[in-house]
Design a protein around this ligand. Structure first.
Ligand code: MGD
Ligand code: MGD
Ligand code: MO
Length: 822
């Protein structure tokens, strides 16, 4: 794109409608032809949305074209030049006015509303270095939260979180985090059940799925949208497989279905049967299926006997021995809204034919989220197909290309938090202390409070300082107003950010960070497929006065006299060479030859080959083959339908086997108002969370300049809401405006509003103020899934919706914040 204007792109992009990823490929061809435009040079670079060739004219990043081996490039990479020069770019270091005057004794209630003052890097860095040491020496390391969750950038060196944690460790330590927002519940329960987390593991290869499966079920999963991004660099191979699957589905060779309250992109692509389950009730539905298989003796008794433990305890629950409630399909229907006959038919179909249940993660980002994956494993054990090609369950097909076969490639290490030094220093006394990722606000608000976590007890420390680099908690955390209140308690907030996100605006000191195109780095392509190493070649100088996170942290450590501890006397390029040479020697051991670093850097990437064996990989096949020789990592070595360990924790909200628990808020609750609707907040198609929101991509999806909210025609009619209306969505926790899309795609009783819409407060910094733009976390609850995992429950929330009748406020979050004149 030569012209970065939002409107210009829209004209071209809507021609082909960017509905399916890859459709923008032709746009590149028109725009960039086949080679660099005169006077432009090309560099390789990448983001979470893919690798690309960057076009540089003078010192301007002017456009991108697709990476040669990207199977289905996303439209998102086209917005990168626009992101680089966005009006919301933080170009200089800034300090909140009151903080600059009074330091930590400033009036912290002004955080978020007060003006920022531009300062020199020296002033900013001196201030940060002094402030971190002041807090360390006054209160100790348990007073600094630096868990810093977030999706920052790609690159093995410029990992802002690791770099900042490395720096914090040098200073004496910090409170970190356990787990994440993605799979908070599943990653804790699964090791008890299967011995592995399952959510971040390679899946049975797509080749095997296409060859052997008869039924492919997307259960609360939307890979057409979510596989666009990856934690490392995606090459989008899964889209080729999904297009094969579509052909097989159209030819009636494979039956593709989805279980979801929403007809998501994947459902609309495959157009298969859609079971509309009521939000947060899938466990009841699966129990109904299990009961049907059990009571009709249809289930695989042999599999249960040979490969699992604890069916007996589960069985007692299933038939209602103690609670007098058999979990019949009719019982399930009353909870989940799916008819008993559909439940029975579905269970029988899965039993009769080779069936693969591909589950996403939204279902575990819900109250009692642990139960979903546990119950699905239990149901699949009854179906008896775990470990067979194209059968069983798969918990990562929708994410980072799970199931795309793995190439023969060496690993690639990155910057770590290990401090290599002969000296004694503050870091020697530090012992890692972590709290569950989603408990950060609860911790800040309630020092001294005790919480349970996976069999342990955690006592919250008294946090005085928050240091964030590479995340946007003022989008990602639930219950925005409770968060705002907690944030104002802190003495100091420091943030590294390239953009004026809501998190940056809530900081006392904001340090401008670069993005990928402004620096050199190295990264793998294909989290699972591992097909390439890519050189991220710096294309332009840092925008404004921004600096790489590496430089920022180095400068701070230097002020403490610990520069060497931070850099190990290596330049950034020398670090990259080291990561590469470690891969080179690992490659030699595996008989994989890769060129010298200089050669790799010049050519931009190297490609690895994928062996046939990888295409034949079947998850848990070895366990199925011989459970004695290849036991699972559970205490029994088998699938734990009943876990003695979990049972021994004696939690009320997570027992020894999977069961149905009523969520704190849901449509079936007697406490729910008749007018309440269930709000789901899935992941956006044209963003990575809040990233890229500040580009013209907004034109592809916004409604009346606001984040869209989907509402069913029946619900809309009752409230007099029409397509395109600005609506007010609210509950006792918060209020946001949004733009209505009236559509059958969302079930009655359900609202769908994606996570990541920028929080644009009517009165910045004011607790309870309405969001003008569409931050769904105004509505969500800050509660843990259960005492076991303490994951977030973003998809458990009820809210009211009405047409907004007030004067429609202008969106201001995509402008620069208030800057004080000197
Ligand atoms: N309601 C609701 N809430 C949710 C979810 C949901 O489903 N529903 N999903 C949750 C999930 S699964 C996740 S993973 C989280 C995501 O939450 P986050 O990962 O916090 O969201 P991002 O918008 O990706 O924020 C990353 C930030 O890093 C910044 N960044 C990028 N590159 C650099 C760099 O080089 N240096 C520095 N210093 N910063 C950089 C970006 O500008 C951006 O502001 O949201 C969670 N929140
Ligand atoms: N384009 C894009 N891709 C992304 C991301 C992004 O921000 N943008 N984020 C990435 C990250 S960090 C993560 S963690 C993953 C998230 O991956 P997921 O958590 O799997 O994705 P979601 O979009 O939250 O939800 C997937 C589907 O679950 C459905 N769902 C919600 N509640 C229920 C329920 O109660 N029952 C059933 N059956 N279905 C339900 C939603 O309607 C949606 O269709 O995506 C990754 N991929
Ligand atoms: Mo995530």
């Amino acid at each position: 794109m030569k012209n970065n204007s939002r409107r210009d792109f829209l004209k071209t992009s809507l021609m082909g409608s960017a509905a399916v990823v890859g459709s923008v490929k032709s746009l590149n061809a028109i725009d960039i032809a086949s080679g660099p435009i005169l006077n432009e040079s090309q560099k390789f670079s990448a983001t979470h949305f893919g690798a690309f060739k960057a076009y540089i004219k003078g010192d301007q990043f002017t456009g991108v074209s697709d990476f040669v081996d990207d199977a289905s490039p996303t439209p998102m990479i086209q917005a990168l030049p626009s992101r680089t020069y966005a009006p919301t770019r933080v170009k200089y270091p800034y300090v909140r006015e009151g903080f600059l005057k009074k330091g930590h004794q400033s009036d912290t209630s002004k955080r978020g509303s007060e003006k920022f003052v531009r300062v020199s890097w020296d002033v900013a860095l001196d201030l940060v270095a002094k402030e971190v040491m002041r807090v360390q020496s006054t209160y100790g390391y348990k007073s600094i939260y630096a868990g810093s969750y977030g999706w920052f950038c790609v690159g093995k060196l410029n990992n802002p979180q690791r770099l900042m944690n490395r720096m914090m460790k040098i200073a004496g330590g910090y409170v970190g985090r356990a787990g994440d927002y993605s799979t908070g519940a599943a990653q804790v329960i699964m090791p008890h059940v299967l011995g592995t987390n399952e959510v971040y593991e390679q899946q049975t290869s797509w080749d095997m799925v296409l060859k052997h499966a008869k039924n492919v079920i997307f259960w609360g999963a939307d890979p057409m949208t979510t596989n666009q991004i990856a934690w490392e660099i995606p090459a989008h191979e899964s889209y080729s497989y999904m297009s094969e699957l579509k052909k097989l589905s159209d030819a009636n060779k494979i039956n593709v279905m989805s279980v979801d309250p929403v007809a998501n992109d994947t459902q609309r692509y495959f157009e298969g049967e859609h079971i509309r389950v009521r939000p947060n009730t899938d466990v009841a539905m699966m129990l109904g299926m299990a009961y049907h298989l059990y009571s009709n003796k249809l289930y695989d008794h042999e599999f249960i006997k040979k490969y699992t433990v604890g069916f007996k305890q589960f069985e007692q629950y299933l038939i209602g021995e103690k609670d007098n409630t058999p979990k019949t399909p009719e019982w399930a229907e009353r909870i989940c809204g799916v008819s008993a006959s559909t439940i029975k038919k579905f269970a029988e179909k899965l039993m009769k034919e080779r069936s693969l249940l591909m589950a996403g993660w939204a279902t575990q980002r819900a109250d009692h989220g642990e139960q979903f994956h546990w119950m699905m494993v239990t149901l699949c054990a009854m179906l008896g197909q775990i470990g067979l090609p194209g059968g069983g369950f798969g918990f990562s097909y929708h994410y980072s290309g799970g199931g795309t076969p793995t190439a023969d490639a060496p690993g690639l290490t990155g910057i770590s938090t290990n401090i290599v030094s002969d000296k004694e220093g503050p870091w020697t006394k530090y012992k890692p202390f972590n709290i569950p990722a989603a408990k950060v606000v609860d911790m800040i608000a309630n020092p001294g409070k005790k919480i349970a976590f996976n069999g342990k007890e955690i006592v919250y420390p008294d946090i005085k300082m928050v240091y964030w680099a590479g995340g946007n908690p003022f989008h990602h955390h639930q219950d925005r107003n409770a968060m705002l209140k907690a944030w104002k308690k802190l003495e100091t907030v420091i943030v590294h950010e390239p953009f004026w996100t809501s998190t940056a605006r809530m900081a006392d000191i904001i340090l401008p960070a670069t993005t990928e195109i402004e620096r050199n780095d190295i990264e793998r392509i294909g989290d699972y497929s591992s097909t390439h190493f890519l050189a991220l070649q710096q294309g332009i100088e840092p925008v404004g006065e921004s600096k790489n996170d590496f430089e920022i942290c180095r400068e701070i450590c230097k002020r403490w006299g610990y520069e060497k501890e931070f850099t190990e006397d290596k330049t950034p390029m020398q670090w990259l060479e080291q990561f590469y040479s470690e891969a080179l020697s690992q490659g030699l051991e595996k008989n994989i030859t890769i060129p010298k670093f200089e050669e790799f850097w010049k050519q931009g990437y190297i490609k690895f080959t994928t062996p046939q064996s990888a295409k034949e990989f079947v998850r848990h096949a070895d366990f199925r083959e011989n459970p004695m020789l290849n036991p699972l990592g559970t205490p029994s070595g088998k699938i734990e339908i009943f876990s003695k360990v979990v049972d021994s924790f004696k939690y009320d909200d997570c027992k020894g086997h999977p069961m149905w628990f009523e969520p704190i808020e849901w449509l079936g609750s007697h406490k729910a108002k008749k007018t309440s609707l269930h709000v789901l907040s899935p992941h956006p198609k044209y963003r990575l969370h809040s990233q890229l929101s500040n580009t013209w991509l907004r034109d592809l999806y916004e409604v009346s300049g606001r984040e869209p909210i989907w509402i069913n025609p029946e619900d809309a009619k009752k409230r007099g809401i029409k397509n395109g209306d600005v609506v007010k969505v609210f509950n006792e926790r918060g209020t946001t405006l949004a733009g209505a899309i009236v559509t059958q795609a969302v079930s009655q009783g359900v609202l769908r509003m994606c996570e990541g819409g920028w929080y644009d407060p009517m009165e910045p910094g004011k607790i309870g103020t309405m969001c003008k733009h569409g931050d769904v976390n105004q509505l969500t609850l800050d509660k843990g899934t259960s005492s076991l995992a303490q994951g977030n429950i973003a998809n458990t929330a009820l809210a009211e919706i009405e047409k907004y009748t007030g004067e429609i406020p202008a969106i201001t979050i995509f402008d620069e914040p208030k800057i004080a004149r000197k």
